[in-house]
Design a protein around this ligand. Structure first.
Ligand code: CA
Length: 473
């Protein structure tokens, strides 16, 4: 009798456990994935091991690419920081809304940044209750209305300007009331949400630390998370600690050596993030995307490999970037994907997974169906780039790319046969449809919304007191 009762009790416990497990399973199956976007700044196409770097070692980024998909024809929508980020975070060509210059650090100017009429990826994911955090460089507007916490992020750790110093002892400006020029913003104390904080670690390490903390805090919440981790490394100023410099005794060029060390710091961070996902048991529930915001500047230590030119150019060196994606068990491991994709696809892929209907028409595509075996379709028949001030543009259509630069004739290249864009095919008959397609796309594009970094002098003349009388924050 006693035994029988105990067996019944045991049965009830087992039933309870099995119900709980199947409930948990159901939650796991219906919950959209966590999404981590790791964005580096000015890292060249060949500045990662998985694209053939022989001097810089990136074991963790290589692991990420090996666990998932490496994209060899991945582009950003603009060859410098600000507009490229505006495209990435909205899933739309930034030309659609006039964000076509690098914004100035102008905290009193509500037009100097991403228009609030645009929907950010964080705002889109918030509609499905994602926990969201932005870490690192923002550069989408310093005005109160444009900061991360107003643009869909629950948390922020980083800085608002276009760049920053890396050693905390140089963060000698307490707040924006002590910022008197664009580059003063590089020396401000970091922001944790709305508060200035004292930092002690090398900047890249501090960003990695915050990323791991966020994953540990939110990884096993009922709601999924979105982490936008925008390292400013390896963007200038070239500054690295001995821990990373000592890994490169054989690189004699000082710039390259420091650049390599800065990339190593990012790579260590990626390693910590992968470890933390694994320890939290959520690696298979997390889509990780890694890319650089534009091509490298070879005068500042970067290496774009065989690609022509670099940062700032609509040639491949300015817009084709290292790009990899990992989602264990969900996307193929070790796949090398060669059809063109673009950073705008990150938004489209994420909202598709989260089942969010975007507020605006987007230009990106969900790339995941294209990664399935046997799918030979290409996500984009055409991709476009336009630099308003430089009077330059480019269109890629299949193997071909048409380029126009100021005061120069149109040029046509076959990227499949001539990845380095050295031989202008100069075939006007072949150029014509590409030019027509570009003009069709360009017809509704907007002129610049604001005076940018390149117009700093004019801006200062128009707004002589722009750094004065600002509220402390
Ligand atoms: Ca950049």
């Amino acid at each position: 009798m006693y035994l029988n009762r105990n067996l019944k009790f045991l049965g009830l416990i087992l039933l309870f456990i099995s119900c709980k497990t199947s409930d948990e399973k159901e939650v796991k199956q219906t919950k959209p994935p966590n999404i981590i976007v790791i964005l580096t700044d000015d890292q060249g196409y060949q500045d990662v091991g998985f694209n053939g770097s022989t001097d810089i070692k990136t074991p963790y980024l290589d692991e990420l690419a090996k666990n998932g998909v490496k994209f060899t024809n991945a582009y950003v929508s603009y060859p410098v920081c600000g507009p490229s980020r505006a495209g990435l975070i909205t899933g739309r060509y930034q030309d659609r809304f006039g964000f076509v210059r690098n914004p100035l650090f102008a905290p009193k100017d509500s037009l100097q940044g991403l228009p609030t009429s645009e929907q950010t990826l964080a705002e889109a994911l918030k509609t499905k209750d994602y926990n969201t955090m932005a870490i690192g460089k923002w550069h989408l507007g310093a005005h109160e209305s444009q900061r991360p916490l107003k643009r869909g992020f629950d948390e922020f750790f980083g800085f608002l300007s276009g760049g920053h110093k890396y050693f905390p002892e140089e963060y000698n400006r307490n707040d924006i009331s002590e910022v008197n020029s664009q580059f003063d913003a590089y020396n401000t104390k970091l922001l944790k949400n709305n508060n200035r904080v004292e930092e002690t670690e090398y900047l890249t390490d501090a960003f990695s630390r915050e990323a791991v903390n966020f994953i540990e805090k939110r990884g096993n919440d009922k709601a999924p998370f979105f982490l936008y981790l925008a390292y400013n490394a390896p963007h200038a100023p070239l500054q690295a600690t001995e821990k990373y410099l000592s890994r490169y005794p054989d690189i004699k060029d000082e710039k390259r050596k420091t650049f390599a060390a800065m990339v190593s710091a990012v790579d260590d961070g990626v390693g910590e993030i992968l470890k933390s996902l694994r320890n939290s048991g959520i690696e298979e529930e997390t889509l990780i995307i890694f890319l650089s915001d534009n091509g490298g500047d070879e005068r500042k230590g970067a290496n774009n490999g065989i690609l022509n030119r670099g940062k700032g150019s609509v040639y491949e060196g300015g817009i084709r970037v290292p790009f990899a994606m990992q989602w264990k068990g969900k996307i193929p491991a070790g796949l090398v994907y060669e059809n063109p994709i673009i950073s705008l696809d990150i938004f489209a892929t994420a909202v598709s997974l989260a089942k969010v209907e975007p507020e605006h028409e987007i230009d990106g595509k969900n790339v995941l169906p294209f990664l399935k075996e046997g799918n030979k379709a290409t996500p984009h028949e055409k991709l476009y780039w336009k630099k308003f001030d430089a009077e330059a543009f480019a269109i890629r259509q299949g193997d071909f790319k048409l380029i126009k630069e100021k005061n120069q004739n149109l040029k046509l290249f076959n990227l499949t046969e001539d990845i380095s864009e050295t031989t202008n095919l100069n075939d006007s008959l072949q150029m014509k449809p590409l030019l027509e397609n570009f003009n069709r796309w360009n017809k509704d594009n907007k002129n610049p919304l604001f005076l940018g970094l390149m117009q700093n002098k004019t801006y200062n003349e128009l707004h002589p007191n722009r750094y004065d009388d600002v509220e402390k924050y």
